[in-house]
Design a binder for this molecule. Structure first.
Ligand code: LLP
Length: 383
């Protein structure tokens, strides 16, 4: 995925930086289109995974909608030409200011997570003499079998409305005259690699739909969120996730009523593989059992390993050594959690070698910080 010409170029650029392969992103977008079109599924890109302008502009050009979780993401999506009518707005804690941004722009749908939130949206919509279109984010109690920090669909999680609240929600909605219920929304977690988990979600959605149907509620839109995982261990082997199997599974197991539309909010599966974090080796230092490979990138550029014990494949792009050694690959930040890998076997490495941390296109650049007053990481592209 990184060509010798790219590596030549890296030697001229100040590290660390994100390097995005836009050709791979285009290829991925074509596959998503081809796999979702036969079923007329609507794909909203989850901006939270990567909101880099070039990436957003490219994704928008393929006609996808947007999934936003803040007022600023809504503004950004609109700046990058996503139609407001394709924007879903999710989040357990929408502020009044953010709700007003969404109302002013007449977005497609608020994914509502609680009765108090519905009451506030209703009040703010009323003040503007508008009707807000909403979906209920439902907590389906399906285990995503992923890291507990990115599991969202269990009763114990803060997200969504639980089934025992449905009656009260329906009664409340009757009184909230500035809300229009148009959908049901679900999202159970992220980096889900076992498709059976999504089958479980489909079956649960069918049951929940049945409950609403029995209460004379049929909505036009079902939104099953995102969550499709990617191959972090071996990105070269599967640079594009199996979208055909993913959409095919929903087609097989999710029962839509006539005229109902199915929506997805995909983030990671679209952008993860097109991004690499490119960094230079500052020092190699002898440790107890291994050597420390100290990089000029750390948890400030890519926090996933420190936060979720995530493992990213790491490559030395410039070493020509025939020997290998075990390294603890670490960053320069004053925290022991600033570690990308432990005892990793890599070609013998020296100061100045260029390292790629792969599969970093999702939840990488967007989660970067200026901790230790470091410069905010930059981005470069190949087309
Ligand atoms: N829809 C909702 C309501 C979400 O909360 C998320 C992700 C998505 C869609 C997109 O999910 P995806 O297709 O990307 O899995 N920072 C973590 C991931 C957090 C995911 C948050 N929600 C990580 O680096 O693994």
């Amino acid at each position: 995925m990184i060509s010798p010409k790219d590596i030549q170029r890296f030697k001229e650029i100040k590290t660390p930086f994100y390097f995005y392969n836009l050709a791979l992103l285009e290829e991925t977008l074509q596959v998503v289109k081809k796999a979702s079109n036969p079923y007329n599924y609507h794909v909203h890109y989850a901006l939270k995974a990567n909101s880099n302008n070039k990436i957003l502009t490219l994704i928008q050009s393929y006609g996808f909608g947007a999934d936003c979780v803040s007022g600023n993401e809504i503004k950004k999506a609109i700046e990058c030409n996503f139609p407001a009518s394709s924007i879903a707005f999710a989040g357990v804690g929408k502020s009044d200011e953010e709700i007003n941004i969404a109302l002013d722009n007449e977005i497609f749908c608020f994914n509502c997570e609680s009765i108090p939130e519905m009451e506030v949206i209703n009040e703010l919509a009323k003040a503007k003499n508008k009707i807000a279109t909403i979906a209920l984010r439902i907590n389906p109690n399906v285990n995503a079998k992923t890291h507990h920090y990115i599991t969202t669909g269990l009763e114990e999680n803060k997200f969504g409305i639980n089934p025992w609240e449905f009656e009260t929600v329906i009664e409340t909605l009757k009184k909230l005259t500035h809300l229009k219920l148009i959908g049901l929304h679900f999202h159970i977690g992220s980096q889900i690699t076992d498709l059976n988990v999504f089958k479980g979600l489909c079956l649960r959605v069918n049951e929940i739909q049945e409950w609403f149907y029995n209460h004379q509620i049929i909505v036009e839109h079902i939104n099953v969120g995102g969550g499709l995982g990617v191959n972090y261990e071996n990105p070269e082997q599967s640079p594009i996730p199996d979208f055909e199997a993913f959409f095919g599974l929903f087609h097989q197991f999710l029962q839509l009523r006539p005229q109902q539309h199915l929506h997805f909010e995909l983030g990671r599966s679209i952008v993860a593989q097109c991004g690499n974090l490119i960094t230079k080796v500052l020092y190699v230092k002898k440790g107890l059992n291994t050597s420390f490979m100290i990089l000029d990138a750390g948890m400030t550029e890519l926090i996933r390993p420190a936060l979720y014990q995530a493992s990213h494949s790491i490559k030395n792009l410039t070493s020509t050594s025939k020997t290998t050694e075990r390294y603890d690959v670490v960053g320069p930040i004053c925290e022991s959690s600033d570690c990308f890998a432990k005892a990793l076997l890599l070609p013998t490495t020296v100061r100045g070698d260029i390292i790629a941390i792969q599969t970093a296109g999702a939840y990488g650049e967007v989660m970067a910080s200026r901790y230790n007053l470091r410069d905010l990481v930059t981005a470069h592209y190949s087309f």
